[in-house]
Design a protein around this ligand. Sequence first.
Ligand SMILES: Nc1ncnc2c1ncn2[C@@H]1O[C@H](COP(=O)(O)OP(=O)(O)OP(=O)(O)O)[C@@H](O)[C@H]1O
Length: 253
Amino acid sequence: MSAATVARGEILLEDASRAFSVRADRGGTLKELVLRRRAATPHGPGAIQALDGVTLRIAPGETVGIVGRNGAGKSSTLKVLAGIVPLDRGRVALGGQVVTLLELAAGFGRDFSGRENILLGGALHGLTKEQIEARMDDIIAFSELGDFIDVPVKTYSSGMYVRLGFAIAAHLDADILLIDEVLAVGDEAFQRKCEERIAAQVAAGATLVLVSHDAALVERTCARVVVLDGGKVAFDGPCLEGMPFYHRMMGTS
Ligand SMILES: Nc1ncnc2c1ncn2[C@@H]1O[C@H](COP(=O)(O)OP(=O)(O)OP(=O)(O)O)[C@@H](O)[C@H]1O
């Protein structure tokens, strides 16, 4: 499926499957590699099926929460949408500017300062140097990092990473926002500010996909919820029906 078949802000995930090898170490001899390639499953025996035939059609401007127990496949789904994890089977397509907020620290140049990472992040999302510089003061103000903005980010705390990452993402004109749990790291005041910013982006027409264990956050932010269980979709529909389903499944109702 080519990107041309989806509208700006639209997400299509069709029959998506992805397994992971149980072995963390994927190295080995050439012979082992060849034998593994010939094996019936691409990830060897006992592989974990993180996604098992997941189909999602998300229209532009929809707000979708993805919930489920540990290991249900939530992060894998988001990583597939973000293009970080390739599929074994199925198709994925997203339309327009995709902004991801997951594993923030991984996206930064560790030896660069916060300010340099803002330039880098903006450039990676197709902004010109002038466009980024025009937004620089707003991004720094949003981050509340003060003088730390000129210090290499490898010295940052996890909360400071989130502040910088979110501040950049909040100023990128997203058509699609993919957010994974990261907000939980910030302090309460910053979380509230991020939520308000997400709401503003949604109000401006952005599509939101949010992975979270925080049921209240999902209820506040999303109109639709997808409950994953064992890599499959157990429920997909309005939050009003989906959250009671989720609580019953988790035994928290
Ligand atoms: N890179 C990887 N290598 C091996 N196994 C993986 C990898 N990524 C995910 N898995 C496995 O795939 C399954 C789904 O993982 P995933 O992180 O998508 O679940 P999740 O619903 O986000 O869980 P959690 O709520 O604990 O974050 C799990 O069994 C996990 O161990």
